[in-house]
Design a protein around this ligand. Sequence first.
Ligand SMILES: Cc1cc2nc3c(=O)[nH]c(=O)nc-3n(C[C@H](O)[C@H](O)[C@H](O)COP(=O)(O)O)c2cc1C
Length: 190
Amino acid sequence: MSVTPLDYLLSRRSVKLVQSPGPDDHQLAQILQTAMSAPDHGRLQPWRFTLIREEGIARLAELSTSAIKAANLPFPPEKEASVRRWLAKVPLLIGIACQIDHSNTKIPEHERMLAVGAAATNMLNAAHMLGFGAFWSTGLGTYLDEVTEALGFDNLDYRFMGFLSIGTPIVTLDPVQRPDYQQFVTEWAG
Ligand SMILES: Cc1cc2nc3c(=O)[nH]c(=O)nc-3n(C[C@H](O)[C@H](O)[C@H](O)COP(=O)(O)O)c2cc1C
């Protein structure tokens, strides 16, 4: 039986440990284009993405590890070593930011961020549908100005929302047992 789009949505799971090859140019364009169909109140298109590959990933590893240490965040040597091992194999990171428009008082900031979150989710699903492993992380100094400003997102105008890592899964992971939706649903009839 063929795999339907719904089957892909149901089987998506995060895959952190990935290696090359990452998406080719066409596949990357397809993944990024799915972000454009995210729900977006007021069509503000608040999403901004920065592609980080090869040398850029090596530089980000240095930048974020030194920023995390400078900020005195908990970062034991084993954690640093595992972050470096992870990044050494990742072929593609997509940095995700939400642009803030201070003059727009009609649509609250959190709705812009929800739109960007939906865009990121579309990309996670698209990467999965194309056979890649993908993972959303707010590690790597996501909330440190030194990191986000170096990536081009100053904190006056942007909320940096983390990184998607995308590549070929290093090991095949079993499906995740998901909860039954019914425990989260009630019916309201007035
Ligand atoms: C906004 C956001 C940030 C996240 N940041 C991290 C992170 O820094 N580290 C981490 O281990 N998981 C993080 N996660 C969770 C993983 O991306 C992933 O969703 C989780 O491991 C559960 O796997 P699943 O997506 O297969 O259910 C984050 C998820 C979201 C939505």
